[in-house]
Design a protein around this ligand. Structure first.
Ligand code: BG6
Length: 476
C-alpha cells in the first residue's frame, strides 16, 4: 500500500509517560504521586474513580508504577533503540513529584531536574525532538491530601511554579509542550485525571468541572509563560480523541452523538478558542453546575494553544439511550458497540477510517495544526524461540492508521507528527497490566512484576524503521 506524501518535516516517533515507564518511585527525592497508590487488581478501578477515601501504600499489594519498566535506570539503552528505529520525536512526561516531591515547595528538587536534563540531552544526541507532557496522570499525593488537588484553586499556583521551573530549566532542550494529558478524561476517571476523591453527598459533576476549570486556567497561564520564556516554544492541548458517530440516522441518535462529542471537546474548545463555548451555559445549568470564576479568568483563557494534540485508538458510537446495558468502554469512555468495526483483545474498537474522520472534524473545528500523540494496538505478545515477536497484527493496525492519516493530509489537514503509544512495552494505564502491550520493543516483565526487564526488538520494530526511513511512503 502506498501512502500519501508526508511533509519532509514530519515528526515520526513514539510516546510513553513517566508514571507508566520510569519506576524508581522514591528514588533521588521523588515524592509519592497519585499513580503510586493505584494498585493492580480488583480495587484499581474504584481508586481511579476517586471512590476510595484513604489512600496509603499497602506493603501486601502490588503497585505497577513503583518499578514499571525501570526506564529511569535504562533510558540510555531505550533511547538508543528508539534512535535505531529512526525516531525524530519522543513523547514522554515529566513526573511532577520528581521536580516538586510534595508539590507545594518553593524550591525544586535538583536531582529530579538533572534526570530530565540528562534524558532530553540523550534524545538530542540522536537528533530526537522531545515532546513533553507536564501532567500525565500523576499529581503529587501531598496536593491531594492537603488541598483536595484540582478542586482547589491554590493548585494552579503550585502547577505554575512547576511549569515555570520546567520551561526555565529545559529551555532550549524542549520545544514542544503539552499541558494536561487527555484533559477530558478527568470526567471519566477523576482520581487519575485530576487527583479527585469524593465524599458521600458530593455533587460530582460540579467538582469535576470546577477542577477542569482550574486545569484550564493553569493550562492557559502555562501557555503564556512558555511563550514568554522562549518564543519558539510550541504548546498544545491534549484530547482523548475519537469522534462519536450516531448509531443510526434517528435524529435522537444524531443529537446524542453531538452531545457526546461536545462533552469530549468542551475543554479543548476553551484551550483552542480562548473562551467557553456557547453550549456550555445550558449544559452547566441543567447539570446544576456553577463554575466559580475569578474576574481575571476570561482574560487568562485568551492564551490559547498553538496546536491540538490528541490520542486516537478508535471512534465511538452514540445512541439516544446510553444506559449501561447499551455500552462498552473504549479508552475509558463509554461507547455503543459499532457493528461495522472489529474489536481488539481488550474490546477496544479498531477503526482506521475513523482516524481520518476525527482528524478532519478536529481541524474543521479549530483550524490549528494537529499532532497525533497516541495511537496503537494493545495486544498479547509472545516471544518466539528465535527471540522476537511476530506482531503482524500490530503492523496491520498501524499501517491502516498511517494510511488514513496520509489521507487526512491529502484532505488538507496539517499534521505536525505522529507518536505511537507505548513504543516500548509499558504498564497499561487502565488495567495496570504489562500483558497489554503496544511496543515495538518487548520488555520481559509480567503482570505481577516478575521478569528480567530485558528489551527485545519485535518484528514491528523493523517495519516502523522502514516507514520512518521512507517518510511514510513504504508501509508494506
Ligand atoms: C491513554 C493514556 O488514555 O491511553 C495512556 O494517555 C494510556 O496513558 C493509553 O496508557 C492506552 O491505554 P491503556 O489502558 O491500554 O494503557
Amino acid at each position: 500500500m502506498q501512502s500519501s506524501k508526508f511533509p519532509d518535516s514530519f515528526l515520526w516517533g513514539g510516546a510513553i509517560a513517566a508514571n507508566q515507564a520510569e519506576g524508581a518511585y522514591r528514588e533521588n527525592g521523588k515524592g509519592i504521586a497519585t499513580v503510586d497508590v493505584i494498585p493492580y487488581g480488583k480495587d484499581r478501578l474504584n481508586v481511579k474513580l476517586g471512590n476510595e477515601p484513604h489512600l496509603t501504600i499497602d506493603p501486601e499489594v502490588f503497585y505497577p508504577s513503583h518499578e514499571a519498566i525501570d526506564f529511569y535506570h535504562r533510558y540510555k539503552e531505550d533511547i538508543a533503540l528508539l534512535a535505531e528505529m529512526g525516531f525524530k520525536v519522543f513523547r514522554t512526561s515529566i513526573a511532577w513529584s520528581r521536580i516538586f516531591p510534595q508539590g507545594d515547595e518553593a524550591e525544586p528538587n535538583q536531582q529530579g531536574i538533572q534526570f530530565y536534563k540528562d534524558l532530553f540531552n540523550e534524545c538530542r544526541k540522536y537528533n530526537i525532538e522531545p515532546l513533553v507532557t507536564l501532567c500525565h496522570f500523576d499529581i503529587p499525593m501531598n496536593l491531594v491530601e492537603k488541598y483536595g488537588s484540582w478542586r482547589n484553586r491554590k493548585v494552579v499556583d503550585f502547577f505554575m511554579n512547576y511549569a515555570t521551573t520546567c520551561f526555565t530549566e529545559f529551555n532550549g532542550l524542549v520545544k514542544y509542550w503539552l499541558t494536561f494529558n487527555e484533559i477530558n478524561i478527568l470526567l471519566h476517571i477523576p482520581f487519575t485525571g485530576a487527583g479527585l476523591i469524593f465524599k458521600e453527598g458530593d455533587n460530582k459533576q460540579q467538582i469535576k468541572y470546577q477542577a477542569g476549570h482550574h486545569q484550564l486556567i493553569a493550562s492557559a497561564l502555562a501557555t503564556k509563560k512558555a511563550h514568554e520564556i522562549n518564543a519558539n516554544n510550541q504548546v498544545g492541548c491534549m484530547l482523548a480523541g475519537g469522534d462519536f458517530y450516531p448509531y443510526s440516522c434517528d435524529p435522537n441518535d444524531v443529537w446524542s452523538a453531538i452531545e457526546q462529542n461536545r462533552e469530549n471537546l468542551l475543554f479543548i474548545d476553551v484551550q483552542s478558542r480562548g473562551y467557553y463555548p456557547s453550549y456550555a451555559a445550558r449544559f452547566f445549568s441543567e447539570q446544576n453546575i456553577q463554575i466559580h470564576q475569578e474576574p481575571e479568568d476570561a482574560e487568562i483563557l485568551k492564551n490559547t494553544v498553538d496546536f491540538i494534540s490528541f490520542s486516537y485508538y478508535s471512534s465511538r458510537c452514540a445512541k439516544a439511550n446510553m444506559s449501561d446495558e447499551n455500552v462498552s468502554v473504549t479508552n475509558l469512555i463509554n461507547t455503543v458497540p459499532n457493528p461495522y468495526i472489529k474489536i481488539s483483545e481488550w474490546g477496544w474498537g479498531i477503526d482506521p477510517k475513523g482516524l481520518r474522520i476525527t482528524m478532519n472534524t478536529i481541524f474543521d473545528r479549530y483550524q490549528k495544526p494537529l499532532f497525533l500523540v497516541e495511537n496503537g494496538l494493545g495486544a498479547n505478545d509472545e516471544l518466539t524461540g528465535e527471540g522476537t515477536v511476530e506482531d503482524d497484527y500490530r503492523i496491520a493496525y498501524l499501517r491502516d492508521h498511517i494510511h488514513e492519516m496520509g489521507e487526512a493530509i491529502k484532505d488538507g489537514v496539517p499534521i505536525i507528527g505522529y507518536t505511537t503509544w507505548g513504543c516500548i512495552d509499558l504498564v497499561s494505564a487502565s488495567t495496570g497490566e504489562m500483558s497489554k502491550r503496544y511496543g515495538f520493543i518487548y520488555v520481559d516483565r509480567d503482570n505481577q512484576g516478575h521478569g528480567t526487564l530485558t528489551r527485545t526488538r519485535k518484528k514491528s520494530f523493523y517495519w516502523y524503521q522502514k516507514v520512518i526511513a521512507s517518510n511514510g511512503s513504504d508501509l508494506s
